[in-house]
Design a protein around this ligand. Structure first.
Ligand SMILES: Cc1cc2nc3c(=O)[nH]c(=O)nc-3n(C[C@H](O)[C@H](O)[C@H](O)COP(=O)(O)OP(=O)(O)OC[C@H]3O[C@@H](n4cnc5c(N)ncnc54)[C@H](O)[C@@H]3O)c2cc1C
Length: 547
């Protein structure tokens, strides 16, 4: 104890210096490295969010055993009221600041191994830090895949914890469909494997005098005591706030599986160390279609029609996004007609259909003459690639500001999208921001990424005003701010005020069951403190490419 200087922050006692000694101690304890050099702390102080929080140390465990030792160490300190907040980090792509901390970052970057595979059963066992690209490359040798439209660098642990509604989710259901079992290191360093435990075996489990036993016993009681709230949560399929998946932990026969609870938990309940996934056969690309519209209502008619043709994905972009890319040298207008005001729809298919092109050409006859539709050919292929690059250059253009993620991945029901677009027109005038909408029509999740001058003194005020105004119109149109991915630290500024008190109690109880000392990612979800979050808004540009 005498080796540490400590100070108080938001009810936590945090070790602030002599971290060198801690890094040294942890390095002796684990096979992986623990660093506290200024350069590494700086590199792990940002993710893809608008926030910056410098950690005291960054650990790179190489095995479940390493993670267990790290967690046990922090737990023992916490038991002595010396709290070191722990944040778990995959590739650091989080847009809501849920993988940064002023304590210890546990990065799973070195836990990227494929441990076992069973080709016949199409099962793989992996370490949680394997990326989607690494996993799918390995699976492709056997003609298999995990069908997620994600950034290739996303880790499996990050995907489970962030549980984004990806652009293929309409067709393939998202990451939860492909995860069979999860191994989690709990707050005290114990290990838990998820799996369905039938009622008679549950009796045995809940009498175990371990944290795992405690979790099953207490959660079972909490679920029974909150059955009304939980049945309401089941109706809320398009909102990832809190621990909504608690609704799927216990079935009507009294059997329990903790797996769903980890989806969208944002690393607040434990560290995912290993995962067993079931892959599916790869399907070959089977065609694309791109269409431009001068009016959203025409685009909507087309999008609705294409959605019924069982596409892999259907996306829509405000045309200004594509046109802005021209500033960076992209030549989209040489392929697609230049439209000042309008929308570009793009769909991709992975199932063959002879009649599809015919049907698409038929609908063209019903659309205004100004509509341009390009179907399967080399030209369409170029447009597809160019458009996705156009979005990257739009998001990364830093001239006169940065397109920080605030209103990303929100849900709007299809029938209210045109209403939202009307509201955005009003908001655009009021806030003086460029509100170009883009997203997935198939999953109804959208994004707005206006530019902000983050060096401006009142940047955080402006950003929060935009977040609140956007959240208001999203709610007004029957949508949800955390519809496509959970609230993290940033959206929590708004969502925490909207979670009904009884639901808040339920979530706080769940968190306390797993993490009695509130040491794992304590400052996100309901743990977010708005003032502290605002104090952590970045004032310099992010080194991360926004894709
Ligand atoms: C269509 C789409 C939309 C997206 N929209 C959003 C969005 O709106 N908001 C957003 O934040 N991101 C969004 N993303 C980004 C993305 O979902 C996540 O950031 C990504 O899934 C996490 O990958 P990562 O490995 O970088 O994890 P990180 O970004 O490092 O971590 C993400 C979260 O998972 C936790 N975590 C990571 N690894 C583990 C582990 N092993 N055990 C326990 N917890 C862990 C972290 O603590 C953190 O809370 C989107 C992605 C896609 C494909």
């Amino acid at each position: 104890m005498s080796a540490f200087f400590i100070f108080f922050e938001k009810n936590h006692v945090i070790i602030i210096s002599r971290m060198g000694k801690i890094a040294r101690y942890l390095n002796q304890l684990t096979v992986g490295n623990v660093f506290d050099s200024p350069e590494i702390l700086e590199a792990y102080s940002t993710d893809r969010s608008v926030l910056k929080i410098k950690p005291r140390a960054v650990a790179f465990p190489e095995s479940t055993d390493d993670i267990r030792k790290l967690m046990k160490f922090c737990y023992q300190l916490a038991a002595k009221d010396i709290k070191t907040p722990v944040a778990i980090r995959g590739s650091g792509l989080d847009e809501m600041g849920a993988d940064i901390t002023n304590g210890l970052v546990i990065s799973t970057e070195k836990m990227n191994k494929l441990l076992e595979s069973d080709r016949r059963e199409r099962l793989v066992r992996v370490q949680a830090g394997i990326t989607l690209r690494e996993l799918n490359t390995a699976l492709s040798v056997n003609g298999l895949t995990i069908p997620i439209a994600g950034h290739g660098d996303e880790t499996i642990g990050g995907l489970i914890s962030n549980y984004p509604t990806d652009n293929y989710a309409h067709k393939y259901g998202g990451i939860m469909n492909y995860v069979e079992r999860v191994e989690v290191v709990l707050a005290n360093g114990d290990c838990l494997q998820t799996g369905l435990i039938r009622k008679r075996n549950l009796e045995r489990k809940i009498h175990e005098r371990t944290l795992e036993g405690d979790i099953y016993r207490k959660l079972s009681k909490v679920i029974d005591a909150n059955d009304k709230i939980i049945s309401e949560l089941k109706k809320r399929q398009f909102d990832k706030t809190g621990y909504v998946n608690i609704a799927y932990v216990k079935n009507r026969r009294g059997a329990m599986d903790l797996k769903p609870l980890l989806f969208g938990a944002e690393g607040t309940l434990g560290v995912i160390s290993e995962v067993i996934l079931r892959a599916i056969p790869i399907k070959k690309p089977a065609g694309r279609v791109v269409a431009t519209f001068e009016d959203f209502r025409m685009a909507e008619r087309f999008l609705e029609f294409v959605k019924d043709l069982h596409p892999l994905e259907v996306n829509i972009y405000d045309a200004s996004i594509a046109m802005a890319a021209e500033e960076t040298g992209k030549r989209l207008s040489s392929i697609i007609k230049k439209i000042e005001d309008g929308y570009i729809a793009i769909a991709q298919f992975d199932s063959r259909s002879k009649s599809r092109i015919k049907k698409i050409l038929n609908i063209k006859k019903m659309l205004p003459r100004s509509t341009q539709i390009i179907t399967d050919n080399k030209k369409a292929s170029a447009v597809f690639e160019e458009l996705s690059n156009a979005l990257t250059s739009y998001l990364n253009s830093t001239k006169d500001g940065e397109r920080v993620p605030l209103l990303t991945n929100f849900y709007i029901p299809a029938e209210n999208l045109s209403g939202l677009i009307d509201d955005l027109g009003v908001l655009r005038e009021k806030l003086g921001l460029d509100l170009a909408l883009y997203g997935s029509y198939a999953t109804s999740n959208y994004n707005l990424r206006p530019k902000f001058n983050i060096e401006e003194e009142n940047f955080s005020k402006k950003a929060v005003a935009f977040l609140r105004a956007g959240a208001y119109v999203i709610k007004r149109r029957g949508g949800s701010l955390a519809g496509g991915s959970p609230e993290g630290r940033v959206k929590a500024i708004v969502t925490n005020d909207e979670v009904p008190p009884k639901e808040q109690c339920l979530y706080l109880e769940i968190k306390a069951i797993f993490d009695r000392y509130d040491m794992i990612n304590p400052d996100i979800k309901l743990g977010t403190n708005t003032r502290s979050t605002l104090n952590h808004f970045r004032t310099t540009g992010s080194p991360k490419i926004m894709i």
